[in-house]
Design a binder for this molecule. Structure first.
Ligand SMILES: [Zn+2]
Ligand SMILES: [Zn+2]
Ligand SMILES: [Zn+2]
Length: 402
C-alpha cells in the first residue's frame, strides 16, 4: 500500500475545501513546543520519510503544489512529516492508494507516478520538480553527461585556437627574426568567371623570382643575410572562392574585424583546399583587360596573409611584382610612404632623398610606390629593378637595429 502526499499552501488552492482549520492549528501549537517549526526540522523529516537531500527538501517551498508517492512509511513517520510540514507553513494531505508504482532509483522511497517531459516515461515527483534537471532518473544522468561533453568540446576548441595562435606567433617570430628563409605562397583566386583568362595558365613560380631577388638584394644592402635567401615565393594551388571583402571604412575597429575574419578565412581555406604549407600566403585575384582600375591590395601585418589585385596581361607581370613586393613588405611590418593623392612623401618615400637636384628621381622607394619626377608628378615603376628599400622602411622591417 502506497501513500500519496500532496503539499501546498493555502494560496495554491489544493486544500481549500478539505482542510480542517482546527486540526492545523493544534498541530502548529504542538510543533512550536517541540521546535519542529524550523527548516532544519522539516529537512530532517523529509530526508527520513521521503529520502530527499537537503537541497531537495528546501526546494519543496518553491515547487508547490507538489505530489509525491511514498512507497512505504509508518503511521508515525507520516504524522511527524505532516506536523513538520504544517509547522513550516505548508498544508499537507495524505491519502492511501492501492495502485503499485515502480521505485525511483534516485529516490528509493518514492514511486514513479508522473511523466518525464523528455522521454515520456514514468518519473517520481521529486525528480520532476526538485532536481536541477527536472527530468526522470534515467534522463538526468544523460543530460549531465551531455553537459560534460559540451564542456569538453569547448575546451578542445580553445585548445585548437591556442594552437593556431601559437603557430601564427611562431610564423611571426620566423618572419621577424630574418634568420630563416620565409616561404611565401601565391594562391591565384580563380572564380568561375575568371576561366576565360587564359593568360593565367602560363603562370609559374619563376614569374615571381624577381621578388625573391629584390628582397634578398635589398636585405643584403642592410647587412641581413639568410641562406639560401630571405624569401622564397612559389606558385601554390588556385582556389575557387574570394577572400572576405575588405572594409569600406578605414576605422580601426572595422580593420581589426576584417583582419580577424581574413586570418580565420585563410586558415580554413588552407585546410579546405589542402593548400601547401607556407609562412605567408598571398591570395591574388587576376583581372582581365576590361578592368581599368583595380581594387586596393592589402597586406596584413601579423596576419601573414595578403590580398592582391593584379592584371592578368603578361606584359603587366613585371609591374605586378612591384605590387607583390610592396604588399609583402606590408606583411613584414612596413608602412605606406605616400600621400592621399598617391605622391610619395619626402624623405621616407624617396629612393634617394639626398640626390641633388632632388627631382627627377630615377628609382622608387618600394613603400612610396612611385618614382617622383617633380614635386607633384610621379610614375609607377615598370619593374623591381627600378625600386629600392629606403632607410625608414628598412628600420620598420627590422633590417636596421637602433
Ligand atoms: Zn526521462
Ligand atoms: Zn526520483
Ligand atoms: Zn601599401
Amino acid at each position: 500500500m502506497s501513500t500519496r502526499l500532496t503539499l501546498g499552501t493555502s494560496s495554491t488552492g489544493v486544500f481549500r475545501e478539505t482542510q480542517s482549520g482546527a486540526a492545523t492549528n493544534s498541530s502548529v501549537a504542538s510543533s512550536i513546543e517541540s521546535g519542529a517549526g524550523t527548516k532544519a526540522g522539516w529537512n530532517l523529516a523529509a530526508k527520513r520519510v521521503l529520502g530527499l537531500s537537503d537541497d531537495e527538501a528546501g526546494g519543496v517551498f518553491r515547487s508547490l503544489p507538489l505530489e509525491l508517492i511514498i512507497l512505504s512509511a509508518t503511521e508515525s513517520d507520516l504524522e511527524r512529516l505532516i506536523e513538520r510540514a504544517e509547522a513550516n507553513g505548508l498544508l499537507a494531505r495524505v491519502e492511501r492508494v492501492s495502485a503499485s508504482y515502480e521505485t525511483c532509483t534516485r529516490h528509493p522511497r518514492l514511486g514513479r507516478d508522473q511523466l518525464c517531459r523528455r522521454c515520456q516515461g514514468r518519473a517520481c515527483g521529486a525528480c520532476l520538480k526538485l532536481t536541477p534537471e527536472r527530468l526522470c532518473d534515467r534522463c538526468a544522468p544523460r543530460i549531465r553527461r551531455r553537459g560534460r561533453f559540451r564542456r569538453a568540446r569547448i575546451a578542445a576548441l580553445l585548445l585548437v585556437l591556442a594552437f593556431v595562435a601559437s603557430a601564427a606567433f611562431l610564423d611571426a617570430q620566423r618572419v621577424a627574426s630574418w634568420k630563416l628563409p620565409v616561404d611565401v605562397t601565391i594562391h591565384p583566386v580563380r572564380l568561375a568567371q575568371d576561366n576565360a583568362i587564359e593568360e593565367l595558365d602560363a603562370l609559374e613560380s619563376s614569374v615571381f623570382e624577381e621578388v625573391d631577388t629584390f628582397v634578398d638584394h635589398e636585405a643584403k644592402r642592410y647587412g641581413v643575410q639568410v641562406i639560401p635567401q630571405v624569401v622564397r615565393l612559389s606558385l601554390g594551388r588556385s582556389i575557387p572562392e574570394s577572400p572576405p571583402t575588405p572594409p569600406e571604412s578605414a576605422s580601426p575597429l572595422a580593420v581589426i574585424l576584417w583582419s580577424l575574419k581574413m586570418r580565420w578565412w585563410s586558415w580554413q581555406t588552407a585546410r579546405k583546399y589542402g593548400l601547401e604549407d607556407a609562412h605567408v600566403r598571398l591570395f591574388v585575384r587576376y583581372h582581365g583587360r576590361e578592368m581599368a582600375t583595380l581594387e586596393h591590395s592589402l597586406g596584413l601585418e601579423k596576419g601573414r596573409v595578403g590580398v592582391v589585385h593584379l592584371f592578368a596581361d603578361p606584359t603587366q607581370w613585371a609591374t605586378n611584382n612591384v605590387v607583390i613586393a610592396h604588399e609583402l613588405l606590408h606583411i613584414f611590418g612596413a608602412t605606406d610612404k605616400y600621400g592621399p593623392d598617391g605622391t610619395p612623401t619626402f624623405p621616407a618615400g624617396y629612393a634617394e632623398p639626398e640626390r641633388a637636384p632632388l627631382h627627377p628621381q630615377v628609382e622608387a622607394e618600394i613603400m612610396g610606390g612611385r618614382i617622383p619626377l617633380t614635386p607633384t608628378e610621379s610614375v609607377i615603376p615598370e619593374h623591381l629593378g627600378l625600386c629600392t628599400v629606403g632607410e625608414t622602411t628598412a628600420r620598420e622591417l627590422g633590417w636596421i637595429q637602433d
